[in-house]
Ligand binder design. Sequence first.
Ligand code: FE2
Length: 164
Amino acid sequence: MSQVLKSVPASDKIDTAGAASSEIAQALVHALADTQVLLFKTQAYHWNVEGPLFYPIHTLTEAQYTDLFAAVDDIAERLRALGHLAPFRLKDLTVQACIQDRESLPSAEGMVKDLATDHEAVATRLRGAIDVAEQGGDPVTADLLTTRAMVHEKAAWMLRATAK
Ligand SMILES: [Fe+2]
């Protein structure tokens, strides 16, 4: 059989400053885990929300999960650009996320408050990750994570404002 389909993914040694940092890679994996789990929860609430605020919550969560879906790709591809493999087992992400699954569906108000809390938690962890990237001499990763922190803080504000 041809050799063309036999490449097994492996990490690369990249010469870019900071690229070899396992701390930066771990910070990106945490960001990826948080984003992936929050993506799923946001979409689950988008599907299941009911009540008088169905349409605004359904619409807001659609905008948010669309952003989260794109962010997952950006964060994973940043890992690859730095020479690291991206996670490939879902359980590796769920155990590393700072977001908890709910055992039962909350009310519409509960969904909005839960997502606001989650976005704040992700933004807080991202601030630590930004420090790791900056101290590791990787302003490109720091910039990506800073942009993500801004998005999560804005999302938390919109959700808090909806819940009032
Ligand atoms: Fe939808």
